[in-house]
Design a protein around this ligand. Structure first.
Ligand code: HMG
Ligand code: MG
Length: 302
């Protein structure tokens, strides 16, 4: 049997990827409560906001105020998305110590998402990464459409590997590979990660799986078998990308935690507290949790 890592780090993306595409825009107070409750449940890396155009992504408006008001807990990281130098200026004003830059392996998606070609985006991000690192910030990288693009169809693994290597060379401490529309299967994910790992070691890769086709948990497991031990997930399975039609939320954090703990892989997350957060945030958004575990879990209160 292939060995699994002893522990996995989960990057909770609910307050950013999760909320950015919901019909209900949460006020800053409830976004702060969500972030703090996630930290209290044991999440040590929580993507909290995005310094992007509020016209294009209204739900992320107010991220500067949010980060200025956030009561940071020791040992917890609170990265935010930054697409360009304007976003970096906002991150610095907000007192961020970690940012996430994002690019795509599809030219059409890059245009729709960030209004520039892949080459322009990499040039912009190189400048942002250099400035951020000079200011002492940690930089994480994202690459979208690693398996396929909602506009262009299948994406070549060689393109993904080349761009992941470019983000790595910019100094990103890890590159998160985004299956933006969740079309990847475990088999495809393993093949892709094995190709990328020839350029960027799996220790510096993360998996970011949307659950549109119900493959999220299986894809996490498959990526672990290829040596990845960092995964992005969203409480209650919230989320989607406004510029990727049909994409649903990320794989639910509580589903991933249940699967990992069942395999003896430590996450440091209290599943009961996490399920409480999933139910609470779903109520705030007037929806049901998308996760299996939040529906199945019986706590002392049930
Ligand atoms: P641009 O090049 O200026 O072009 O912005 P634009 O026409 O798209 O936007 C123009 C407006 O944005 C102008 O304001 C700019 O001043 C303003 P307006 O004249 O309309 O009032 N602007 C900004 N405002 C705030 N913060 C900034 C900023 N920069 C320009 N940093 C930009 C390019 C990327 C900023 C814009 O296109 C944008 O905000 N796009 C949204 C990107 C986004 O947030 N996408 C969702 C997140 S990525 C994702 O979900 C994928 C991921 O989860 C991984 C995966 O699943 O694959 C990470
Ligand atoms: Mg995403």
């Amino acid at each position: 049997m292939q060995s699994l890592p002893a522990q996995v780090r989960i990057v909770e993306v609910g307050p950013r990827d999760g909320l950015q595409n919901e019909c209900v825009a949460l006020d800053i107070e409830r976004r702060l409560t969500l972030i703090d409750r996630l930290a209290a449940a044991g999440l040590a890396s929580i993507e909290s906001g995005a310094f992007v155009s509020p016209r294009r992504v209204p739900n992320m408006a107010g991220s500067v105020e949010l980060m200025q008001r956030l009561q940071r807990r020791a040992g917890v990281r609170y990265p935010c998305l930054v697409p360009n130098e304007t976003g970096l200026d906002a991150a610095l004003e907000a007192g961020c110590d970690e940012i996430a830059i994002f690019a795509a392996a599809s030219g059409t998606f890059s245009q729709r998402n960030t209004a520039c070609s892949i080459a322009e985006s990499m040039q912009r991000l190189g400048v942002v990464a250099a400035r951020a690192q000079a200011a002492g910030l940690r930089v994480r990288g994202y690459l979208s459409c690693i398996i396929g693009c909602p506009y262009e169809g299948p994406v070549p693994a060689a393109t993904v590997a080349t761009l992941a290597a470019e983000l790595d060379a910019m100094g990103c401490y890890e590159v998160s590979l985004g299956d933006t529309t969740g079309i990847g299967t475990p088999h495809a994910v393993r093949a892709l990660i094995d190709s990328v790992a020839a350029r960027v070691p799996p220790e510096r890769l993360a998996g970011h799986f949307h659950d549109t086709w119900g493959m999220g948990v299986a894809n996490v497991y498959a990526a672990m078998l290829s040596g990845v031990s960092v995964f992005d997930a969203s409480v209650a399975g919230l989320g989607g990308c406004p510029f990727a039609p049909g994409a649903s939320g990320n794989v639910a954090t509580e589903d991933v935690v249940y699967m990992l703990e069942g395999a003896g892989v430590h996450t440091g997350i209290d599943l009961g507290r996490l399920v409480d957060v999933a139910r609470w945030i779903s109520e705030q958004l007037d929806r049901k949790p998308a996760s299996h575990v939040a529906r199945a879990f019986k706590s002392g209160k049930d």
